[in-house]
Design a protein around this ligand. Structure first.
Ligand SMILES: [Zn+2]
Length: 111
């Protein structure tokens, strides 16, 4: 089941799936609107690609909203693409690492 929401520290974000998401009239695989915590993903991409797009957009959302005002969009895209690609490759090659991270990060904190 595809996720429909993401809970951030500040608010709950929404994930929408659209046949042909567009930014400035150009078809894209996905995009995010940081202040609204909205992520839109192409619903026609393969499942694995949708996962990669979601990770990519989550990384965009992780950038400091204050820095966004003066951001260089090409630089941001390069950084996010690089981080997302690396994470996807590492995730595929090391599923046990992410299993362990899921386990430790979702465990109740010890008192
Ligand atoms: Zn991007």
């Amino acid at each position: 089941m595809r996720p429909r929401k993401v809970i951030y520290p500040d608010k709950e974000g929404v994930i929408r799936y659209r046949k042909k998401p567009k930014v400035d009239g150009r078809e894209v695989g996905g995009y995010s609107v940081t202040p609204e915590r909205l992520i839109v993903i192409s619903s026609t991409a393969t499942e694995i690609t949708q996962g990669e797009y979601l990770l990519h957009e989550l990384l965009h959302q992780s950038l400091d909203p204050l820095a966004e005002r003066d951001s260089d969009e090409d630089l941001e895209e390069t950084i996010v693409r690089s981080m997302a690609n690396t994470l996807v490759q590492v995730w595929k090659a090391n599923p046990a690492v992410f299993s362990w991270l899921h386990h430790v990060l979702t465990a109740e904190e010890e008192k």
